[in-house]
Structure formats: C-alpha cells, structure tokens
Design a protein around this ligand. Sequence first.
Ligand code: SAH
Length: 361
Amino acid sequence: MPSTSFAPPLDVAGHRVLVCGGGTAALAPIRVLLAAGAEVTVVGPEISPTVADLAARNRVRVHARSLLPGDLDGVALVVPAAGEAVADEQALQLARARGVLATLPRRAAYPAAGPETRSGTGEVILVGGGPGDLSLLTLGGLDAVRRADVIVTDRLAPLAALEQARPDAVIVDVAKIPRGAYTSQQRINAILVEHAQSGRTVVRLKGGDSFVFGRGGEEWQACAAAGIPVTVLPGVSSATAAPALAGIPLTHRNHTQGFTVVSGHAPPGDAGGTVDWAALARANTTLVILMGVATLPAITAELLRHGMLADTPALTVADAGLPGQFTVRATLADIAVRSHAEGIKPPAVTVIGAVAGFRPG
Ligand code: SAH
C-alpha cells in the first residue's frame, strides 16, 4: 500500500475543484483539497452529514443531485469520489469529454457486498484522532485505520486519514452535529457491537482523545457488555492542542500552576450542570472551555459575577489545526461578544486566564 496521502496532481490553491460524490468516499478528498487551498464544489445524489458539515464550515458549494455537464464549467480538476465504480467512471468520462483533468482519490473504494463476515468475535479500537489535522493523529492510530475492516467516524475526526483505509474497508459516518444531523450514542454503540460481532476489526475514529468529552467510556462499556475486546489508543485532545496551536502555553510558570478543562455544554443555571463556576472563578488556574460557543455569554457573566477580573485575558480558537483556524483575542468581559461578532462557530475552545494574553516576543 502506498504510504503517501492523496496529493492533487496540480497546485489547486485558488482553483475550482469538483468532487463528484457526497458520501463517505468523498470525506478524505474534500479535507485534503481544502487543506491545499482549493475552491471545492461537491455534487452527489446523497450528501453525508459530515460532508454537509465540512461544506458549511468551509464555504464548499454542495449540490445534492446527480452530476450535470454544466458542473464542469470553469473547473480545473475533477475528483470522482462516489465510492461506486459506475458513477466514478461516468465522472471520469465526462471530464475527459470536456478536456478537464481528473484524478481518482488514492482510495477509490468499491466494497460491493458490504464488509466480510468472519467467524469469531472481532475487536473495537477506540482511536483518539487529534483535533482534525492528519499530522496530529498518532502513529498507532494511523496503523489502526490502515488495518480496519470498518471505520466509524464523525466530523471532528482527522478525515484525511480515511484515505489510508483499506480499499475494502467500510466507512460509517455517525456525525453528531450541533443542532444538525444526529446519530444517537445508543445507535453508535450498536453499530460498533454489531460489526465486531461479525468478526470485524472496528475502528472508532474520533476527534481529540476518546476519553475527553468523547463518550469513549460509554462505547467501551457497550462493547464490554457484549463481550467484545476493546483497545484504547489515546489521542491529542483539543483541550491542550487548540490553545497550543493558537500559541498559548496553558501553564506558563510565570502565570499559573495549572489548568481546568470544563464542558460548556450545560451553562451556569442549567438543571443538568454540575460545575461549580464560583470555585472556578477563584481557582486562579487557566480555564479551558470546550463546547462553549453558544453558552459563552452565560459562562463569562457567571465568572464575572463571582469576582473574576473583567480584564482577565481570554481567547477563542475555532477549527484549530484545520485550514480555517481562527483566533479571537479579548478579555473575560468581551470575549463572548467578540467571538459572536467574529462569527465563531463550533468546534472552538476558549481559554481564560493570564496565559491567554501570552505573546512570545
Ligand atoms: N474528544 C474531543 C472533544 C470532543 S467535544 C477532544 O479531546 O478534543 C467537542 C469539542 O471539542 C468542541 O465543541 C470543541 O470545543 C473542541 N474541539 C474539537 N476539535 C476542535 C478543533 N479542531 N478546534 C477547536 N476546538 C475543537
């Protein structure tokens, strides 16, 4: 198996590239093309939740329909990525007829009959994939992706890694998009168990670390209850990686003796919340908030109410490690308003504390 990942055959930065197919076979090519700076359009009769999410976050145009000859107007490169031989061949022929360069992704996979069933119990490998860029997936995680029969992935995972999957591997998109497409955790657990019970090696590929707000614990329990062996491969969590990628040393010794990572999913006052925000306001450690884009106004108001200084430096970084990485620097008093004004969308991490004002020089 070649070890290099899909590289477009020309410099696509600023050029229009047409990806033909909106299913899981298109995930890795879209991610790679975006990283290369291409202007991507996706056309396909079915659009998977993660393709839709990538599109929404990266100004990718999406047409949920079959390919039309006019789709090739002004296009520099066509990437047939339907994951289906007939459709890919049609896209190739159309490109040829129009004199447009076309290239199949490295993993042009056509698993005709679904994944093979083997006797005996398979296994589940919980792979923490890092914050999204392939370079932050561990070597062990990449090795598991390369070996897997089935890869169960979602939108925060390092999607470019999917290109390195075996051509016959089955990729299942179980994206849980805030206020969007939704696969219940129960259903995800069942998918893992069912495939492993058919003797397959199943990789659950996630963003960050599976055990940091990743529901890896629940997945492990579901597998254990079904007698399925589980291996855990830790990942680089966005809790530390996102601040680092934005240039923030979370525990710079001149400023703090530690950091606290909390979920902002249940804001102060929420019946389901268990965080002692008053204690955090006094803790004098760096505060790292995940899943807090929508709740940042309530969280910062509560920290201020409990005496945290209004001019405490604060920073939000969205899409850390991805082509759209974007940082907002502010203070505790205005980070919520500023993040909103700058159009920050999940996934984003907010850091509050003296280190958030760090500049190396
Ligand atoms: N298991 C993951 C976290 C899952 S919860 C981990 O360890 O990183 C989802 C939250 O993670 C998002 O709402 C966001 O706060 C954060 N996140 C994940 N990927 C991110 C990225 N590339 N940039 C910024 N924040 C990210």
